[in-house]
Structure formats: structure tokens, C-alpha cells
Design a protein around this ligand. Sequence first.
Ligand code: ADP
Ligand code: ZN
Length: 525
Amino acid sequence: MTAALSPTDQRAREVLKSVWGYDAFRGVQADIVRTVAEGGNALVLMPTGGGKSLCYQVPSLLRDGVGIVVSPLIALMKDQVDALRQVGVRAAFLNSTLSPEGVREVEAALTAGELDLLYVAPERLLLDRTLDLLERAPVALFAIDEAHCVSQWGHDFRPEYGQLHVLPERFPQLPRVALTATADERTRADILRVLGLQGAPQFISSFDRPNIQYRVAQKEGPKTQLLDFIRSEHEGDAGIVYCLSRKSVEETAKWLQAQGIEALPYHAGLSPRERNLAQDRFLNEEGLVVVATVAFGMGIDKPNVRFVAHLDLPKSMEGYYQETGRAGRDGLPSTAWMVYGLADVVNVKRMLAQSLAPEDVKRVEAAKLDALLTYCEAATCRRQVLLSYFGETLAEPCGNCDVCLNPPRVRDATREAQMALSAAIRTGNRFGAAHLTDVLLGRETEKVRAMGHHLLPTFGVGREHDEKTWRGLLRQLVSLGYLAAGDHHGLSATGKARPLLKGEETLKLREETLVPKPAKRDRER
Ligand code: ADP
Ligand code: ZN
């Protein structure tokens, strides 16, 4: 039995079919389209690839006048407009890439009512000139894309977005639909406040991407690990490999090529022509691997990306979700694969600490990074951790992540953590992981002797474990906030360490890092 379609629903279906050729709306799309087409406001939270565009494009066509789409992604506007024009929609954009003459043309079309959709950069929208024009033009609705940019708490704060309160102030009678793929509770509250959407219906889709298998491993030779991963599971598949720096992008791409894997570098240092070429090849060829900085992927809509690999840590859970979300848009099995190590954790923490951003921004970023690190260290289902970050509860472990498939054993690591923390404290809270490991293992290096650290009671207390174990443990202590990374990679115990040191708290960690050193190697030393 199918519920009778309302007249709006019926018209929406017709437009969807005649313009885009699609047979049905996905999930909540139909409800959103009805709400907005009938003049209501809405907040739409839908993961990347979920189909947000149709939520404002169809209502724009159903209502009289032009749909104004506010978007910060200037680089994508032209493509979006071209795609719409191809299906016969009268679309245009207004941003800084247009010539003065181009701007005049678009403005004339706007006031003449000759447009269905107009994409506008926020800074352009906020000009008095544009706002005045909009007051005279027939406007169907405002769609605010990437709405999380209004929030300082969001990872992508844009001051101009904060000014968008002019929309409810100057155009209270026009429907507003805010769309985003990433919004936790606080960001959501900011969006509602700035855009005047209190009381509007919120359409929240699940963020779960069941076909993506999430995996995180310790970094032990990242290039080889990556190659093994590709060869054993994704030979000949299209994939994206994310690295932090241009240099490592170049190196990794070159290295993969040398190993016989078709790989292309992509980063902001390439010319626009080279970047377009890489993008086109990735979209149109089969089985290409793009090695990229995060600059790559914004708006890439390739359905059959089979894996996304991270050789460096993303900055936040939002970043991780967005980047891994580029895998498996066709719904077929795909892999989100990441390796990370102590040096990465120390590096990103230090970069954050040294950034020139305002203190409150830094605090937010630090909290976001910590959430990501907790995810990396998780000994429970990754998907549960990931979804709970986005405010969603997954009742059962997913069965399709490394933790579910290969449960790590957890073990009480309180004693080892105390050893490592006291090594940091007794050496003055200023030495890096390598030196602390030497102290714990009782290695009389030159530096150890010079500092007199071979005389410390902590010297050699950790001999029962090997170097890898201590590095892993130190990484977990940094990730979990017991140790802070300062300048020159120095590690210092934090306030959080105190109860642990006093034995008032215990710590359970993944066992992988607590394998006792084989007795034989012990004797060889
Ligand atoms: P988002 O903006 O949420 O990342 P898009 O609006 O770009 O997602 O949509 C992602 C892809 O899904 C696009 O290729 C789009 O054409 C397709 N799509 C969206 N809705 C539907 C639908 N109802 N039927 C078929 N394809 C759809
Ligand atoms: Zn799981």
C-alpha cells in the first residue's frame, strides 16, 4: 500500500523525473522537498554524497522565482552550474571569478526573473548591492550550503557565514534551508541561531556508511604497509591516499609508480592545469590511485572509489569522516584504511600548540584532535565511536571494522603507564619519546649518561618490554592526554596523569603494545 501523494509530492516527482531522470527520492529527500517547496524552513543534516543538492534544487524549480544558493566552495560553482545547465535548468553563479561584465549579465538575468538557481559566494551575497538586488528580484528560497561554516565550533568557520543572520532579518518571508554534512550538537545550535531556524523541522540522516570498512593500524613503514594493503585487497582499484605535506604526496606517488601502481600526485602546489588533469583522469580512468593532500576531493563525485588511505592523521573526526566518505558512494564494499604512529601524534599536537590561531579556536581544534585520537586508540567498534561522535547511537558493534573483525585484547597497563610517566617527570618533562624509551629500557646512550639519567630509579625499569611496546604506550599516553607534546617533541606529564600515578585510577590499553619482549632477545643484549 502506498500513501497517496500530495499535489506537491506529485509535482516534485515529475520534476525529479523530467529534469534529472531519477525515479524516486532517497530517504528523507521527499519530506525536505515538500517542506521547503511549501514555504517552510528546514535544517538538513546529511552525510556527503547523501543527496543534499536536490533538497533545494527541486523546490527552487517548484516555487516561483530563483533559488539562491549560498556556498563557500567557489571552485565548485562553475561545475555545479554547468551540470544544471546540461539538464536544462537556468542556473548561474556570482563570485569573484566573474568579470565585471559577467556580474552585470547575471544580475540582469536575476532581476528579469530568467534564472531558476543562482549560486552566490557569501561575501558577494553580503554586499549591499546584492542584497538590494535580491529585494527587487523574484526569490524562491535561500539554501545555505555547508551551513556548519557559521559556527566557530565547526572545523571550517567562515566569518562571512556568521553574517548570514541578514537573511532572516531582511527576508523573513522567504524559506531558508540550511544544509551540512557535519554538525555536532553545538554546531547545530549555532546554525539554528544564526539562520533563524529555531522551531524549523530538522532532517537528520544517518551518518552510517555500512559498506565502508574502517581500519586503523600502527605505522611501521607506511609506504610498504600501503603497498601491501593495495596489492592484497585493492589491486587495480581506484583509491585516494591522503598525506599531510606536498613533499610526502610527491614521494609516495613516485614510489607507488615505481612499484607498478598507477598513481598521480595532487596538491595545491601544482598548477591549476595539472590539478584539473589529475582530477579528470581520476574521474574517467579505471583503477587510478591519487595521492593527495586534503585539497583533493572537495566535490569529487566518483562512485567507485574503493579505498581511502590515510598515511597521516586528519585534523578532526569531521575531516576523517569527510575524507573516508569519498569511498564507496556506489554502496559496494570499500575500505577506509589508516596508519599512524607516535611521531604523528606528537607532530600534530605540536603544530596545534604553536599555531597562531586565537586561543579559543585552538582549544576547539585540540578537542577535535583528541576525539580523533581516541577513535584511533579505540578498543571498541570503530563505527560505534565514529557515529557517537556525530550524535548517533549504533546499538550493536558493526562487524565490519578492524576492531569487530579482529578484536584487540585489552590489558591493564597501569603499571607500565606509571613507569613511562615517571620517566618523563624524573627527566624533567622535556625529553622526547626516543630518549624516554632509552631510559625505560636501561640503555646507556651518550645522552643518557650526559644527563645522568642512568642514575635515576626509573632507569631500566621497563626492560621486560621491547622498544615497540614503549613507543606504542607513549603514543597512547599522548593520544589519551596523559602526556603533552611540547616544543622539540618533548613530552610532559599532564594533570590527568596524577590520579594514575597515585594509583587512584587504572588504565586499560590495547594489548598489541604490551607484548613482553621474547626472553631470548633479552639474553642477547
Ligand atoms: P551531497 O551534496 O549530499 O554530497 P549530492 O547532492 O551531490 O550529495 O548527491 C550525490 C549523488 O547522488 C549525486 O550524483 C546525485 O545525482 C545522486 N542522487 C541524489 N539524489 C538522488 C536520487 N533521488 N536518485 C538518484 N540519484 C541521486
Ligand atoms: Zn565495528
